[in-house]
Design a protein. Structure first.
Length: 259
């Protein structure tokens, strides 16, 4: 049988959270979604994620929340990460004292799904452990057939390389972070579902969710500015992966944009 796993692009602010809550239940019903994963690292207004915004996503129908470079922007999230099993942060933070966990396993009854979260190194944070060597070390220890990776990275080349490196070794690799959905959802030759970036759930008339005038003026003046999220008409970018539960291979990867 196939498991239908929906992966949703970075949710931005109150506007993105509200749009997701309004549209996710009907989408899940229409497409018979079995498990929903979303990146929530920008779900709190003013950047980062808080316990309140995380709970909002969970109660809206999200099963697993992944994070990224803004995971610890809000200090109040640290104890929540330790206490809540289905919100995960990039596992390649080097310190064992880093709050939270980098992976989780969801028991579906008839099968189990492991979700991993890693962050790239190119143009983000050079102090992270190498995500490729970390996956090389981790893969032999995984005992589930269905494994999905949220690779939160800036460079498309790094994301593509990770997808090809893991082809045939995991069920799906989806990129997050750049907030622009790429037109390359596919099943790689070895049976791994892949997309370079899921995109964004948030305001359309913005620059990656931020008010456009702030970003334009920043480019014009080169001066720092506080980022405020736009609060206007939204979209939700997502990709639906069909995974064969007997093999762990992806049979189809289809992207959607809801407006």
């Amino acid at each position: 049988m196939n498991l239908r796993i929906l992966c949703i692009g970075d949710v931005v602010g109150t506007a993105g959270c509200t749009f997701l809550r309004e549209h996710l239940p009907s989408f899940k019903k229409l497409h018979k979604v079995d498990l929903t994963i979303c990146n929530g690292e920008n779900s709190a207004d003013g950047n980062g994620i808080t316990p309140r915004s995380a709970e909002y996503l969970f109660t809206s129908g999200v099963d697993v929340i992944t994070l990224g470079n803004h995971a610890f922007r809000r200090p109040e999230i640290q104890s929540y990460l330790d206490d809540t099993p289905y919100i995960i942060r990039p596992m390649n933070y080097p310190s064992p004292l880093t709050p939270g966990r980098g992976m989780c396993t969801v028991d579906m009854g008839y099968t189990q799904v492991t979700v991993l979260n890693l962050m790239g190194q190119e143009n983000i944070d050079a102090h992270l452990e190498n995500p490729f060597t970390m996956m090389e070390r981790l893969l032999p220890k995984l005992d589930t057939k269905l494994v999905l990776l949220d690779f939160h990275a800036e460079a498309t080349s790094e994301k593509r390389a990770m997808g090809l490196y893991l082809d045939g070794k995991v069920s799906a690799v989806f990129g997050t972070h750049t907030h622009v959905m790429t037109a390359d959802a596919e099943v790689l030759p070895g049976g791994t579902g892949y997309i370079t970036d899921l995109g964004m759930t948030g305001p359309v008339d913005s620059v990656l969710g931020v008010k456009k005038d702030i970003i334009i003026n920043r480019f014009l003046t080169k001066l720092p500015a506080r980022f405020d999220y736009e609060n206007s008409a939204c979209k939700m970018n997502c990709t639906l992966f069909n995974i064969d539960t007997s093999t762990g291979k992806c049979t189809d990867a289809t992207s959607f944009e809801l407006r």
